[in-house]
Design a protein around this ligand. Sequence first.
Ligand code: BTN
Length: 250
Amino acid sequence: MPAEITLGSPLIRLDHIDSTNAYAMSIIKKREAGEGTVILADFQTGGRGQKGNVWESQKGMNLTFSVILFPEFLEAGKQFYLLMSTSLGMIDLLKQAGIKAMIKWPNDICVSGKKISGILIENSLKGAYISSSIVGIGLNVNQTHYVTPGIMPTSVKLETGREMNCDILFSETLRHLTIWIRKLYRNEWPAIREKYLQHLWQYHKWSDYADSTGSFRGRITDILEGGELVIEKQNGIYEKYLFKEIEYGS
Ligand code: BTN
């Protein structure tokens, strides 16, 4: 049986960099990256978030890192499973820290509606399969003031009232992520999907949403294989949405 993947071996620690995801891409292109390589930076000068946003993180206060994977067995149509597995690693890590977090579809990790961790996955494809993945993760740890408008952030310290040792938290994060990425590599699809749905914020709850037709009440009923969100509207019609096609109401 082949050895199972372990994240963080090797570990590249950087004092500062523009973006750990960009650094990961550069070493993949130079063929200098092995599977499981992790790049951890104390500070990012151009940390990237979803939808072209910046990722705010004060120097040395939080975890900002990227994991390099080569999941060549993973069909492009199943890439959402990598996102689910990563989210679940972060959920388990936060649970261990005494924080009950939920996943706001597709992959915001939130506590009572406030974002504590963000995930930015950049996949390269070869035909119908993934050739490489960069899993970029930001976890707010000891930062307590944020300036970026438009997001409601929180951090481990804000939730627990305790300052955390970032090095210890980081090795625990890699441990939890390794557990879930191994499940992905073992093709444990139902286990991943079920746990994701158990931690999906607003699952089956009537709530406010907005799509291109305007605001409406609805409830999440399912997630499709490709990651699309299925919502039942109050008029009984089921709609499916891709990322960016729907917004959550307040
Ligand atoms: C989001 O907007 O929710 C995704 C945020 C992802 C931030 C992390 S920090 C480490 C890695 N490097 C980046 O430039 N972005 C990701």
